[in-house]
Design a protein around this ligand. Structure first.
Ligand SMILES: [Zn+2]
Length: 48
């Protein structure tokens, strides 16, 4: 069973992406993704 993880832009806070993560995962995800609000690639972090 996996839960859905939402990734939010660290710059503007927009929630642009969601991904499935395993429940055993403890580290906070940080991925570089394109943010259409910022218009560039920014770091996206896992949110609750
Ligand atoms: Zn952004």
């Amino acid at each position: 069973m996996s839960k859905k993880t939402v990734l939010a832009c660290a710059v503007c806070g927009s929630r642009n992406y969601s991904t499935a993560s395993k429940e055993t995962q403890t580290d906070r995800l940080e991925l570089k993704k394109f943010c259409k609000t910022c218009g560039t690639h920014t770091v996206h972090r896992e949110t609750k």
